[in-house]
Design a protein around this ligand. Structure first.
Ligand code: GUN
Ligand code: FE
Length: 427
């Protein structure tokens, strides 16, 4: 009987109503039936008398986070080479690191630790890059499926302008991608996604072949789009007929087969924006990566006004921290900097908007996750009350302070699909 799976949690419940406003239910009860939110109540609902109650007191119960751009293989290099810019950072740090995933045993160890850290930091939904290596990337995807983490995971494609030790032939790249897509076609939680690294390392022939695979297997695409002036110029130098970076992927048939996820999207032309919107794509801001290796700031408020879907990414290891809550804070900071130096380009976004990007906005990619409204999966975190002896905080202030000053130790409980996760997860 389904009633047996009904559970009630008490606390201060906070989630995004919309990008403009947080919903705050102080001192309230959230009922969860078979892993899905059934409702939120001011008082313990009488009809549920006898259902198990977990009392989190004045802690905040919030939705788990979604990271729409993260490189699992770069986990061991986080915080290194952060004084480089993109091309140097890729050549000096990232490519040699990624070459190591030809060794499946090394991959298993790193990917286990990476997932552990992701979960510890409350990210339960993610759009993940592997490397060119199919076997290692398949292991990562299978592990996420096993853990019931909702995800899109990609075997990376690169067939030119890459070091010899990390470069595939076009044929090999397509063949390995097809094997990858075939192997995971039946997955329920973690699904494959086509992942051309970015235009500078992918021939148009490769992109066209990937477009055909996307159509055949009905699989979407993630890539790095207009992430730096250098990248955007290089993309057009290599594909002079395509008009703009996003146009390359549209022409290759990669934007019609499933979700489209564009990391960075910092220097889009009007045409890039029109194309991304036409395919209902996500533009993913990665605030720390932007500051560390990219040196450009997304026009978040302006793009949002123009109707572009926005989300947040950690971009480990362009970004150095796994917690998407830290990126929500940084997104607010960057919106102000962009506005301060280029007032016509952007305006500051409120914290509520950044939290929305981190939860409900990004969550739409994965289904009904990222909110605590009825019908959403109870993928939730419990954050300790951040009040201190000098000041008592409202629930929304606790959430804001957590995003600015918190860490994984401030997350006192985690629920995935209504199931409590152990605080110490080991692999
Ligand atoms: N552009 C191409 N590859 C990468 C990468 O690994 N990280 C980031 N941030 N940008 C890229
Ligand atoms: Fe990236």
């Amino acid at each position: 009987m389904t009633e047996e799976k009904l559970k009630i949690y008490h606390g201060n419940i906070v989630y995004s109503k919309s990008q403009d406003a947080l919903a705050v239910h102080r001192d309230s009860y959230i009922a969860v039936k078979n892993g899905t939110v059934e409702g939120i109540y001011d008082l313990f609902p009488e009809r549920y008398v006898g259902a198990p109650l977990t009392d989190f007191g004045s802690s905040a119960i919030i939705p788990a986070f979604s990271d729409l751009h993260v490189h699992a293989p770069q986990y061991p290099q986080r915080g290194l080479g952060m004084d480089c810019l993109l091309a140097d950072w890729l050549n000096t740090y990232t490519f040699p690191q990624e070459a190591r995933y030809s060794d499946p045993e090394y991959a298993r160890q790193v990917y286990g630790a990476f997932l552990n850290d992701l979960i510890a930091n409350g990210t339960f939904h993610a759009c993940v890059y592997g490397t060119i290596h199919r076997e290692a990337t398949s292991w990562l995807l299978d592990r996420m499926e096993q853990l019931k983490l909702r995800a899109f995971v990609g075997k990376v494609n690169m067939d030119m302008q890459s070091p010899e030790y990390l470069c595939e032939t076009t044929e090999e790249s397509l063949c390995e991608t097809e094997r990858f897509l075939e192997a995971h076609a039946g997955n329920r939680y973690a699904k494959p996604m086509i992942t051309p690294r970015f235009a500078p390392t992918c021939s148009f022939e490769l992109l066209k072949g990937l477009g055909k695979l996307g159509a055949k297997y009905r699989v979407g695409m993630q890539t790095h789009l207009v992430e730096s002036r250098w990248e955007a110029a290089e993309a057009l130098r290599l594909n002079p007929d395509c008009g703009c970076d996003t146009g390359i992927y549209e022409r290759a048939g990669l934007l019609d087969n499933g979700p489209v996820v564009a990391a960075h999207f910092i220097f889009p032309t009007d045409e890039d924006i029109r194309i991304l919107k036409r395919h209902d794509g996500y533009a993913v801001q990665c605030p720390d990566a932007t500051v560390n290796v990219i040196a450009g700031i997304m026009r978040t408020a302006t793009l949002s006004d123009q109707g572009v879907r926005l989300a947040l990414g950690s971009d480990i290891a362009g970004g150095h921290l796994p917690g998407i809550y830290t990126q929500a804070a940084r997104s607010v900071q960057l919106s102000k900097l962009k506005w301060f130096y280029e007032p016509e380009e952007n305006r500051p976004i409120p914290f509520a908007h950044a939290f929305y990007m981190a939860t409900k906005g990004g969550g739409t990619l994965f289904g009904k996750v990222g909110s605590l409204e009825p019908g959403y999966a109870f993928d939730a975190l419990v954050i300790r009350d951040f009040s201190d002896p000098f000041r008592s905080l409202t629930p929304e202030e606790t959430v804001e302070r957590f995003c600015y000053t918190g860490n994984q130790g401030d997350i006192v409980a985690r629920y995935l699909g209504g199931e409590a996760l152990a605080n110490e997860i080991s692999f």
